[in-house]
Design a protein around this ligand. Structure first.
Ligand code: NAP
Length: 278
């Protein structure tokens, strides 16, 4: 549901897929990007301008509601707010940081922007790794009340203290927290469909497989070659491919799309779940 000349917002728009999405969204109107690191932010705004986009930037930590509210206020002062893409996410650091950014941060973004939504769309970034995590009934009961005062503590404790499936233990506690956080993003996006529908608006998430970004480049060359080999095309995705995918779906004609998680992974999920024909 594109809204011409409205301000397109990208949290985590200062690197990787978020930055590529921000540049592509420039087709729809002015764009504002947010992220924590000032240097990265300035470079991203310069990249937007170089691409001919009317670009703005403001430092913002989505896990901190006050910081996000200041970002929203600044954004709204520039132009009426249109689509919002939340690409901000972390896959390393402590489990607590991962939960704060990927889970609490996603809730914060939706709650902070919901009052501005109308004929527009929020897009969250999940991950195909979310499909490898199975929440328990106890976790689902907590996830049903994301605005509860003790949501963060309860949800974090429940996920990080539960018994780990021995087949998944090799991943390590932080990565398990990461995949659980991405499963939450998928769940939370789906659970918001009706709220957004009532405002004639959409919400969906995109689940990247393996894309060539600074996040993925934290892995060794050997690991990256193995990851690329696990796709149908034998290569990583390009950030621009994800950007094109999202922005095409935000163009008019896709207004019935909401509440779903859309995989873009070069066949990685298919290859990992279904035996492939020779
Ligand atoms: N690359 C992949 O293969 C892959 C696969 C599956 C899912 N994903 C997901 O896709 C999204 C984009 O990933 P990417 O690979 O493009 O990562 P990236 O290059 O590391 O970019 C992440 C962006 O998020 C921002 N960010 C992180 N924490 C933030 C916070 N608390 N508040 C505001 N901004 C924050 C970063 O800026 P600052 O650090 O300056 O804040 C940066 O702009 C993430 O959610 C990631 O989990 C990626």
């Amino acid at each position: 549901m594109s809204v011409e000349k409205k301000l397109q917002v990208v949290l985590g728009g200062t690197s990787g897929m978020g930055l590529a999405t921000a540049i592509e969204l420039g087709k729809m109107g002015p764009v504002i990007v947010g992220g924590r690191n000032e240097e990265r932010l300035n470079r991203a705004v310069a990249a937007l301008k170089e691409a001919g986009v009317e670009g703005y930037g403001k430092q913002c930590d989505i896990s901190d509601r006050a910081s996000l509210d200041a970002f929203v206020e600044y954004a709204a002062s520039k132009a009426p707010i249109g689509n919002v893409v939340n690409a901000a996410g972390v896959d390393s650091g402590s489990s607590e940081l991962i939960w704060q950014v990927n889970v609490q941060g996603t809730i914060n973004v939706v709650e902070a922007f919901l009052p501005y939504v109308g004929g527009s769309c929020i897009v969250n970034y999940s991950s195909i790794t979310g499909y490898y995590y199975q929440p328990t009934q106890e976790e689902l009961a907590i996830w049903a009340n994301p605005n509860a005062e003790d949501f963060f503590e309860k949800s974090f404790e429940c996920t990080t203290t539960k018994e780990v499936d021995p087949r998944m233990a090799f991943m390590g506690p932080e990565f398990l927290t990461y995949i659980a956080s991405k499963r939450f993003v998928q769940y939370y996006t789906a659970a918001n469909a009706l709220r957004f529908g009532k405002k004639s608006s959409q919400i969906f998430s995109v689940a990247p497989g393996s894309f060539d970004t600074p996040m993925l480049r934290q892995n060794s060359e050997e690991a990256i070659a193995g990851i690329a080999a696990g796709t149908a095309f034998g290569r990583l995705g390009k950030p621009e491919e994800m950007a094109n995918f999202i922005v095409k779906l935000l163009e008019p004609g896709h207004e019935y799309l909401t509440g779903v998680d859309l995989i873009l992974d070069g066949g990685k999920h298919a290859m990992g779940t279904v035996p492939q024909y020779e």
